[in-house]
Design a binder for this molecule. Structure first.
Ligand code: ARG
Length: 577
């Protein structure tokens, strides 16, 4: 629609100048004023004449009437002046001769924007805590984060994705103690991260005890864990070696999940990397006289900003989560030169980010307003069957595995002879979860219902991937017929093309609101319009060669836009399902 809006705006501008040569207005301004009428009967675009009223010294109704007769023709099939609005209907001939060829010609660049060219975005996302479970709470940061990355890349930004691994902290003290008590090298080598999580859960439970059932809390284990972490911080080689090994094992496991999602990171610099970068920032806070003592801890008072204080140092002098984030932000500004840095985490961390963003501002860093926190709601799972082994959380990997298994079952029934069925089941199973998750606005709390996510005929991942495969199959059966002119004749075709050409605008809106769900829902709209077209308009068996070719062109355009949109939300393009 960006191209159409531009063309229409130029026509309107010419008409405005005919009416009032002195009017100062640009085509861009007019394009930005164009609206989508609430009702399809009112046309495809509406131009409100109210703002011109002052310049042209006439009523909006009069302006609409005088512009009406002057903008007809060309890309506009019908124009009506209604109550100060100009309602415009796009000509089918224009859809077929300009829009469809533009989609086919631009291919995987169709919908791409240029406003990010020359700018750099750093994204901090996924960031699981090593040794703690990588659970469905991390699904949001992982897929929203990566979708935002793809969206920004599509707008021309140069992107740098950071997995800020939670690879430092007292949990490693616990893990070291638990490993020495109950674990062994062979066990961990054999069972990998599962063993680490099990050990971690076991020691946590032991430390907490179960006072209600007469099991006391275990202070000794808590103290031993703290002591081992201190040794780690002091550089004890034996502990460091264990720590490195634990991180490496966890990472290998995460990478499987990332591979399934088609996600790669530019950096895995986690929390441990910033240990030696904190003192300089703490010193700066001191020099600026921003640190206050509060019951032995060092804080930055934020009461003037209606926030609780930001904790910088604990009573024992150890650093905290915000301290590390401040040091990391300074390092990243200096090393990656971002124009914008995006953090994707659950909404539970909103206050944390608001606090330390404020501290960075008060420290006088001019880039404080380039920091963006993108929060999301909670995820729960119906029938938390997967949760038992890991102390009541659902591992992301187990969720994926379950989905893949179920898809295999469904595909066995639907299409038992499918080649590469393993690979396809993985793409569809993982895609189902990603798609289901990204259908809702990110702040909404989600309760996962596996059957709903996997259904082949709901508004789901499998349904849209199946639709994509349908387009691919039509094109391969249609042979080399694609190309040449496209005739848009019926309502189903026109609706479909008008929807396809709104892709670029959806991309812009999704970036502006940090909302990948706009793309997901757009995919559903296309799938539904395409399926309506497919059912009502014969494609391969069309009445004549011209119609057949036109409809194949249209199918090819659908494949392009769906494919580009899939890429933006980490959904694999399945040529066959
Ligand atoms: N590891 C943290 C967690 O799992 C998320 C880290 C988010 N990024 C950051 N720079 N604080 O909760």
């Amino acid at each position: 629609m960006q191209t159409i809006k531009k063309t229409v705006a130029e026509k309107i501008l010419a008409a405005v100048h005919e009416v009032a040569a002195e009017a100062e207005l640009t085509a861009e301004e007019i394009a930005a004023m164009l609206e989508y009428p609430p009702d399809a009967d009112m046309g495809d675009l509406a131009f409100p004449c109210f703002r011109l009223s002052k310049t042209l010294r006439r009523s909006p109704v009069q302006i609409a009437a005088s512009l009406c007769e002057r903008v007809n023709g060309g890309c506009i099939e019908k124009v009506e002046a209604v109550g100060g609005y100009l309602n415009l209907t796009i000509a089918n001939s224009y859809l077929g001769s300009v829009v469809v060829p533009e989609i086919l010609e631009k291919g995987d660049r169709y919908g791409a924007q240029t406003f990010g060219v020359g700018k750099r975005v750093v994204l901090d996302y996924s960031s699981p805590n090593v040794a703690k479970p990588f659970h469905i709470g991390h699904l949001g940061t992982t897929v929203i984060g990566h979708a935002l990355r793809r969206l920004h890349e599509f707008a021309g930004y140069s992107c740098y994705g950071i997995n800020y691994l939670g690879d430092w902290g007292t949990q490693f003290g616990k893990l070291i103690v638990a490993y020495r008590l109950w674990g062994s090298r062979e066990m961990v080598e054999k069972e990998g991260i599962d063993k680490l999580v099990e050990l971690y859960v076991k020691i946590n439970n032991a430390i907490k005890g179960d006072p209600e059932n007469g099991v006391p809390a275990n202070q000794e284990l808590a103290d031993a864990s703290r002591a081992e972490f201190r040794k780690l911080e002091e550089g004890d080689e034996e502990n460091l070696e264990l720590w490195r090994w634990f991180v490496q094992i966890s990472l290998a496991e995460y990478e499987k999940t990332y591979r399934q999602l088609g996600i790669e990171f530019d950096s895995y610099k986690g929390e441990s990397f910033y240990t030696d970068k904190m003192p300089a920032q703490i010193q700066k806070l001191r020099d600026l006289d921003m640190l206050k003592l509060d019951d032995g801890a060092s804080i930055v008072d934020l009461s003037d900003y209606n926030m609780p204080p930001c904790l910088i140092l604990k009573r024992d002098g150890s650093t905290l989560y915000p301290t590390r984030d401040i040091a990391a932000a300074v390092y990243r500004k200096e090393n990656y030169h971002f124009d914008k840095m995006i953090y994707v985490t659950s909404a539970q961390q909103c206050l944390h980010f608001a606090q330390w963003f404020k501290v960075v501002e008060l420290m006088g860093y001019p880039w404080y307003n380039e920091l963006v926190h993108v929060p999301y709601g909670t995820v729960s799972l119906n029938g938390a069957k997967l949760a038992t082994r890991t102390g009541n959380v659902v591992l992301l990997r187990d969720l994926f595995d379950l989905a893949i298994e179920k898809v295999k079952g469904i595909m066995q029934e639907k299409n038992p002879d499918l080649e590469n069925s393993e690979e396809i089941a993985e793409a569809v199973g993982v895609g189902a979860i990603v798609f289901y998750y990204l259908t809702n606005n990110r702040m909404k709390d989600i309760n996962f219902v596996m059957e709903e996510a996997l259904s082949f005929d709901g508004n789901t991942g499998p349904y849209v991937q199946y639709t994509y495969a349908r387009a691919c199959s039509l094109l391969s059966r249609g042979g080399s017929a694609v190309g040449g002119e496209t005739k848009v004749t019926c309502e189903e075709e026109a609706t479909l093309v008008k929807l396809l050409c709104r892709f670029g605008e959806r991309v812009c809106a999704a970036i502006a609101d940090y909302e990948p769900s706009y793309i997901t829902r757009y995919i559903l709209e296309i799938a539904s319009a395409f399926n309506r077209f497919y059912h009502n308009c014969p494609i391969l068996s069309a009445e004549d060669e011209e119609t057949r070719r036109s409809r194949l062109n249209l199918t090819a355009a659908v494949k392009v836009v769906l494919g580009n949109a899939f890429d933006l939300i980490c959904l694999k393009k399945t040529e066959k399902v």
